[in-house]
Design a protein around this ligand. Structure first.
Ligand SMILES: C[S@@+](CC[C@H](N)C(=O)[O-])C[C@H]1O[C@@H](n2cnc3c(N)ncnc32)[C@H](O)[C@@H]1O
Length: 201
């Protein structure tokens, strides 16, 4: 059976951009909130940046960016997208479960990536939280489970519950927290997602 790494490598090895080249809605809103706190400058991390459409948006908004993904295909496409649009970012092929840094970021995005980390997802969420500088913003989205007492782990997938996120970020200032039902690229039925944008007090 194909691993998550093999699956994403295959998906990103095509010539087109699987999720397009436009930034997603959580990235847009996270930048808007972050800019309301700090008007210019700053550094940003996109953890699980895929093919780089959100990373490009961060760079276009003046952030000194780091894009990280465990597929060399996604990182290569991110580099091409940025270059094509006259932007720059640091790029790193790394597995979020292993990766560590001493750097702190004014904005951390983690969009629809952590659900693929299975049982490691909660600890990686905490690691990313700790990388946000005081006054910085975290923008997060992931597959959700509808009932808190449901088993969060199904094979390699972890489903967050919105209450679990809100509890985890109880000492942060939330900007928005929502459960959304969206159609994935390949799914035939709407799939629940949890999103959270909050700033570290
Ligand atoms: C659904 S895609 C989302 C990509 C991008 N954030 C976006 O919104 O288009 C999931 C991403 O998570 C990455 N990913 C999954 N597991 C990872 C891991 N352990 N370490 C780093 N990246 C991972 C995949 O390579 C893929 O880019």
């Amino acid at each position: 059976m194909e691993t998550e790494h093999e699956r994403w490598s295959r998906i990103f090895s095509g010539s087109t951009f699987f999720y397009g080249q436009e930034p997603g809605s959580v990235a847009r809103r996270a930048v808007k909130y972050a800019r309301s706190l700090k008007a210019t400058g700053g550094n940003a991390l996109d953890a699980g940046c895929g093919e780089g459409q959100d990373l490009l948006y961060l760079a276009q908004n003046g952030y000194d960016c780091l894009g990280l993904d465990f597929t060399s295909e996604g990182i290569a496409k991110s580099g091409l997208l940025l270059e094509h649009n006259g932007q720059k970012s640091r790029l790193e092929v790394a597995d979020l479960t292993q990766w560590n840094t001493n750097e702190q970021f004014d904005l951390v995005l983690c969009i629809n990536s952590l659900q693929f980390l299975g049982a490691d997802a909660p600890q990686v969420l905490n690691k990313l939280k700790n990388l946000v500088a005081p006054g910085g913003v975290f923008g997060f989205s992931a597959f959700a489970r509808e009932y808190r007492d449901e088993n969060p782990i199904e094979g390699s997938i972890y489903r967050f519950h919105l209450d679990e996120l809100l509890l985890n970020f109880a000492d942060w200032q939330p900007f928005e927290a929502a459960r959304l039902w969206q159609w994935g690229k390949s799914g035939s039925a709407p799939q629940p997602f949890a999103t959270l944008v909050a700033s570290k007090i």
